[in-house]
Design a protein around this ligand. Structure first.
Ligand SMILES: C[S@@+](CC[C@H](N)C(=O)[O-])C[C@H]1O[C@@H](n2cnc3c(N)ncnc32)[C@H](O)[C@@H]1O
Length: 288
């Protein structure tokens, strides 16, 4: 059977997970093609490995996420290895990565030599992306999951970046650090199982999702300020947050960190998904 025949055969099947994007991705992967246009060039050739493709289609139609089937996910500008031990990178997190990159340039210059820490790194996407952008900087990526760190290390190797990976609970792996300029984190922040899709609940690591209370990880990470791990002249803390968390986090900041300056930002859907914190009022413009 050719790629063309398979494409139109699959398009006729009524399944919520079988759509134009997933079909194209599986066919591109099967043929080892570069992109959709490369697939089109080979559209009338026989499928290279039909058994593998049929097996992948069965997994997809049963609800397994496409990225776990392919073994990789696209993030900002390149592919990263993923497995069921790591969260599949989300679009909001791409917005966080790019938002932090532009804020680092405004705060520290284009080619800064600073210390950046990504806590709860999962597949390593945030730390690796920032290290690629700021090669002179030191990047430390931590996670409590050793299995996640194994994936993150492979991604760092594949992206040819040198990252200091550390295992442990929240601030514990960096407790002896000082002079940190940037802490970035997309910690677990899901309140309850009812608010995630059945697919996420079934396939993605619960360690990456749930927090009780939801502010737990943010409160813990903010103690990096009290513990003087950060550069006291200038630092940036950047969090991805749940869309319903602004009020709770504002309360914590006003109550415990009233001397700081912060800004909540919205994602492309207009939902409040990011929190940026700095310690210097003169730098507030950098957060815009
Ligand atoms: C929401 S995922 C984010 C993964 C990745 N940074 C991303 O944005 O796709 C949260 C990550 O935090 C890790 N994690 C959960 N509890 C932790 C803890 N107590 N200390 C450190 N990391 C933790 C999970 O293993 C998971 O990789």
């Amino acid at each position: 059977m050719t790629y063309r025949e398979k494409f139109f055969e699959l398009k006729k099947i009524d399944n919520e997970y079988l759509n134009q994007t997933s079909i194209k991705s599986l066919l591109i992967d099967n043929g080892g093609f570069i992109d959709f246009f490369d697939l089109l060039k080979h559209f009338d050739e026989s499928i290279k490995d039909e058994n593998k493709l049929n097996n992948q289609i069965n997994r997809l139609t049963s609800g397994e996420p496409l990225q776990y089937i392919l073994g990789y996910a696209y993030f900002v500008n390149s592919n990263y290895k993923v497995s069921p031990d790591v969260l599949i990178p989300r679009q909001e997190t791409e917005e966080l990565a790019v938002g932090v990159m532009t804020k680092i340039i405004k705060l520290f210059g284009k080619d800064p030599k600073i210390k950046i820490v990504d806590i709860g790194t999962g597949s390593g996407i945030l730390g690796i992306y920032l290290k690629e952008y700021f090669p002179k900087s030191t990047v430390i990526c931590t996670d409590i999951s050793l299995k996640a760190l194994e994936i993150a290390k492979i991604n760092a190797e594949e992206h040819h970046v040198d990252i200091d990976f550390r295992n442990g609970d929240m601030l514990e792996p960096i407790i002896d650090e000082n002079n940190i300029s940037v802490i970035i984190s997309n910690p677990p922040y899901i309140r309850s199982e009812d608010t995630v899709s059945k697919q996420t609940l079934k396939y993605e690591p619960h360690l990456a999702l749930f927090a009780s209370p939801v502010t737990k990880f943010y409160e813990e990470l903010l103690t990096s300020i009290d513990k003087q791990l950060l550069n006291d002249k200038k630092y940036l803390i950047a969090f991805e947050i749940g869309e319903d968390m602004e009020e709770e986090l504002t309360h914590i900041l006003e109550e415990k960190y009233s001397g700081l300056f912060y800004r909540f930002d919205k994602d492309m859907y207009g939902k409040t998904r990011f929190l940026y914190i700095i310690n210097n009022k003169e730098l507030l413009d950098a957060l815009n």
